[in-house]
Structure formats: C-alpha cells, structure tokens
Write a protein that binds this ligand. Structure first.
Ligand code: ZN
Length: 240
C-alpha cells in the first residue's frame, strides 16, 4: 500500500517537473507565435493606436503618460512614459492594442501606488542576490576544510549554514518572480478594462488570449529560475 503511494507521489512529482520544464522552455516561442497571429488581426472598430493611447491617457491617467520608442520585445512602462517597439507602434493590430493596453495598465497601477512595493521588493532582491554566490563558495570551502579535518569539525556545520542561507536567498528570488506574475496579471486586467471601452467582445477575447500567452512567459521565467540547476532548461538570472 505505502509503496503505491510513494510511487504515485514520485510519478506526480515527475509530471509536474516535466510540465514546468515545458513552460520554461517553450513559453517564449508560444508567445512569439501568438504575437505574430495577433499582429495579423486588424481592429475592426477603426480606432488608431495613437488615438487609443490618447483616450485612455486622458480618461484614466490624467494625461501623464508620454510614448517613446524601444527595441523589439522590450515594450515596458516606466514612471511618466511607456516605451513601445516599432512593430507595435506602426500597426493597428490587436497585438499592438493588447501590448499598449497592458503597458497603460501598468500606468494605472503606478498611479494607484500598486507598483512601488513591487519595485522595492525587486531592489531588495537584487541586494540579497549579491550574497548568493559568495555564500555558496564560503559554504563549499568551509565544508571541505571541515570534512578533511584541516579545520575543526564544526566548520562543516558553519559551511552547511551558509548553504542554507544561499537556499533562503534562492527562495526569496522565486517568491519575487511569483509576485511579479501577479503584478503582470493586474496590469493586463486593467488593460482589458481599457480595451472594452473601444473594442467588440470578440476582439477583446483575442486580446485576452494574447495577454495570457504573454503572462505565460513570466511563469517560464520563474520555472527557469527554479529548475536552471537541472541543466534541462536555459539558466535565468535569479535577480533581474
Ligand atoms: Zn508588464
């Protein structure tokens, strides 16, 4: 009986790891695919991208946002501006509307004070991150010296303590990435609210699917951070 339970848990664990690896490795390709698809849908309502930005900027954001250009796939929000890539700015596609709506969503999050806690968390995470590798190295050196009895045996335990601290930092990094997914979800929810102002139900649905595939890339980033050590997925910086 117990044997079956243990085997069951083992199989379940294996399947979960496989699923996470699949998301880690293919979420960005999936996003690129969906982006291409959504770039080919024209918005039927006849509204232009620039007008959409102006309408939302005025209606929700006190006209406080400026649009600037950035590199492809690097669309982002920073206080006072949204940076958009050329292919997004130049087309009237649903991919463009979705991306811009999402970035405008960050604008509303910023206005409501929902972003500052997240940014502070990321900043702290980066500072913690500087200790990660040194702690592991100190842990290895102390553990080896303790094991070889070059230093007293308790050195081994101090070494293990440093490993534990490094592991704690790793957990913080994973948690911060997880919180980031929540922030992204919030921005997309605001974005969908903006899109509903100017688009048909069907169009909003396509935009929603596209934004979901974009969010999957953040899950991919979390799983890459967690599973980089398996060497079965690309490594991800834990502290970006
Ligand atoms: Zn975002």
């Amino acid at each position: 009986m117990w044997l079956y339970i243990v085997i069951g848990i083992g199989v379940l664990f294996f399947l979960i790891i496989c699923f996470c690896l699949a998301v880690a490795n293919f979420s960005f390709d999936n996003f690129k695919e969906k982006r291409k698809e959504a770039l080919s849908y024209r918005a039927q309502s006849g509204i232009f991208i620039r007008d959409f930005v102006d309408v939302i900027n005025e209606r929700y954001l006190d006209n406080a946002l400026q649009v600037v250009r950035c590199e492809e796939y690097n669309d982002h929000f920073s206080p006072g501006r949204i940076a958009l890539s050329p292919s997004i700015l130049s087309s009237n596609s649903l991919a463009s509307f979705s991306t811009i709506a999402h970035e405008l969503g960050h604008g509303l999050q910023y206005k409501k004070g929902e972003l500052s806690a997240h940014w502070q968390r990321k900043k702290k995470n980066r500072i913690f991150g500087k200790f990660f590798l040194p702690f592991i190295l100190i842990g290895v050196v102390l553990a080896v010296l303790g094991l070889l009895e070059i230093l007293p045996q308790y050195t081994l335990y101090i070494g293990i303590g440093f490993f534990a601290l490094a592991f704690f930092i790793f957990l913080i990094a994973c948690y911060t990435k997880y919180r980031e997914i929540k922030v992204e979800k919030g921005a997309s929810a605001y974005g969908i609210m903006f899109l509903k102002d100017v688009m048909t139900k069907e169009e909003v649905k396509i935009c929603e699917e596209f934004l979901n595939s974009a969010r999957l890339t953040y899950w991919g980033s979390l799983f890459r951070t967690m599973l980089g050590w398996t060497m079965l997925t690309k490594k991800e910086s834990m502290f970006n």
